[in-house]
Design a protein around this ligand. Structure first.
Ligand code: FAD
Length: 508
């Protein structure tokens, strides 16, 4: 029997509301959940890209896809296209695609070794050879048909959305699920003699709880300021620490919408470009140790071209790292209060999903509420460290000449575990056995797309005899090509799918 536990969440951004809705759904009526937020402080309101895990989360919350697309101003995301992360070859800019769809695998044959064994000059780019998603996304097609059912389709996908509207969608669902909403500012965190949070003094009254969840964003009011959980900075591995963000309207109402994030590298970072229904969300991510704010503004302006005069960018600062102990006593932090790496590959929401999935499953309905803390802390910090490896992979393989890129390729800035993996991957491709699934957000094939997109060489030539089915592999490569062509003909345009979903009411 439950002893009617009470959870108080402080913060009403994506982390706060997603945590509230998720726990209300997972823990049911036996737990009372209250969320306090300060409209005066507001939310960070950035974070327009997600990873495919978001579909399971939204499905679990009971949100239907049509209303989600409409209310969060969402579009579909099939991956990320990286441009200029390597120097250009001749007059061709370097570009590669990281699709969400795993490499095609049929009848026991993996295409990856056969792609690696092909002549480098003659073979198509990795993502184009092993999945149809590259072709579909480049043709500005959607990953699914409108009638395909909620969060389902032939191709893996996530969403882009308006971050402020996402928080409202989640808030509405959390309230439906019984979450109590208080508006007001947290004034003081009162710590008891046992070192735990005794009470919160707030504009909306004093709050007590069995478990306090800190979702106050970078302010980290509970876990940082009140409880002093040390911040583990990794700015010596991930160098970016600022972003200039803006929204740019399309030049015509029927302009195609890209169904992938475009990530264009510059001298000291990269620029995201995300297609939303009414505008593009654009952000210049940079390392202040390599370019100053004025130069970053120029880089963004060069990217925007003639449209630069139409926007007033907003500047945000961050530092890559995480709280060494995100759960202390009766307080656990989720979202930016717990940590942040950088915007690359959209891991903010992924980390929130990982944390709340664990809290929901490990939550003790009786007994000391901090029983899961040690396990939670070990799993979350391992997950952060593993994501660092994946993000660093994007930078450390670059041969760009600028100091930011040279320092990124310096082995001293590469985590040792990644250096060890890179050494092995010179002789075989990334494998599922390289990763412990419970602490990973990215799979071996995500690593393959980045490695081979960046031109990394895995030399299988000495083991060529182990891969005797080249004729069969060629048949499968041809099948990927013809499926891709057919899908490009059959799937609707991305804009038309978004518009169909956004037209209320949705009948599917
Ligand atoms: P916030 O949105 O800052 O919310 C904090 C809440 O706490 C607010 O409601 C605030 O009012 C409240 N609060 C604070 N102090 C008090 C107080 N004293 N009293 C009461 N309430 C208080 N993530 C992705 O998944 N994809 C991306 O593409 C992505 N891009 C990003 C780009 C940048 C430049 C940055 C900085 C982050 C990005 N992120 C991205 C991360 C993403 O923005 C966050 O993970 C997400 O928005 C969650 O934020 P949050 O809820 O933790 O914090």
């Amino acid at each position: 029997m439950s002893d009617g536990r009470r959870i108080v969440i402080v913060g009403g951004g994506t982390a706060g509301w997603l945590t509230a809705a998720y726990l209300a759904k997972a823990l049911g009526q036996s737990v009372r959940i209250t969320l306090l937020e300060s409209p005066e402080i507001g939310i960070i309101g950035v974070g327009e890209g997600t990873f495919p895990t978001i579909r399971d989360t939204l499905r679990f919350l009971g949100i239907d896809e049509g209303s989600f697309v409409r209310d969060a101003s969402a579009t579909f995301k099939q991956g990320v296209r990286f441009t200029d992360w390597q120097p250009a070859t001749g007059d061709q800019p370097h570009s590669y695609f990281h699709p969400f769809e795993p490499p095609f695998h049929a009848e026991g044959t993996s295409l990856v070794p056969y792609w690696l064994l092909q002549d480098e000059e003659a073979r198509p780019p990795f993502a184009e050879a092993v999945t149809i998603q590259n072709r579909v996304a480049e043709a500005k097609r959607a990953p699914k048909q409108p009638g395909e059912g909620d969060f389902a389709g032939p191709l893996n996908y996530a969403f882009h959305f308006d971050a402020v509207r996402l928080a409202s969608v989640l808030a509405a669902r959390a309230r439906e699920l019984g979450v109590e909403h208080l508006s007001g500012r947290l004034q003081e965190v009162v710590i008891g003699d046992d070192g735990r949070i005794a009470r919160l003094d707030t504009d909306a009254g004093d709050l007590t709880a069995d478990l306090f969840i800190d979702c106050t964003g970078f302010r980290a009011e509970l876990i940082g300021r009140a409880l002093g959980s040390p911040f583990h900075s990794i700015k010596n591995q991930l160098f970016t620490d600022r972003a200039l963000t803006c929204k740019l309207p399309y030049d015509r109402p029927d302009a195609p919408i890209e169904s992938y994030t475009v990530a264009t590298a510059h001298q000291a970072g990269w620029i995201w470009d995300i297609g939303l229904p009414g505008a593009r969300g654009i952000g210049c991510v940079y390392a202040s140790g390599y370019v100053d704010d004025e130069r970053a503004a120029e880089i963004l302006a060069e990217y925007l071209g003639a449209a630069a005069g139409e926007v007033t960018p907003r500047r945000l600062s961050f530092e890559a790292g995480w709280r060494e102990r995100p759960w202390i006593g009766n307080c656990v932090a989720v979202g930016l209060a717990a940590g942040f790496l950088e915007p690359l590959e959209s891991t903010g929401v992924v980390l929130i999903e990982a944390a709340i999935g664990m809290i929901a499953e490990l939550f003790p309905h009786h007994g000391p509420v901090d029983l899961p803390a040690r396990r939670f802390n070990a799993l979350m910090t391992a997950r952060y460290a593993n994501i660092v490896n994946f993000l660093k992979l994007h930078y450390c393989l670059s041969r760009r000449p600028e100091p930011f890129w040279r320092d990124n390729a310096d082995p001293a800035s590469i985590p040792e575990s990644l250096r060890e993996l890179l050494e092995q991957w010179r002789f075989r491709p990334p494998s599922r056995f390289d990763f412990l699934l419970d602490v990973e957000s990215f799979a071996f094939f995500n690593y393959q797309y980045i490695l081979y997109g960046m031109g990394f060489r895995t030399d299988l030539s000495a083991g060529r005899a182990d891969f005797p089915d080249m004729a069969e592999a060629q048949r499968l490569f041809a099948r990927v090509r013809s499926f891709g062509e057919r899908a490009t003909r059959d799937l609707p345009s991305h804009r038309s799918l978004v518009e169909q979903f956004a037209a209320a009411p949705v009948s599917r």
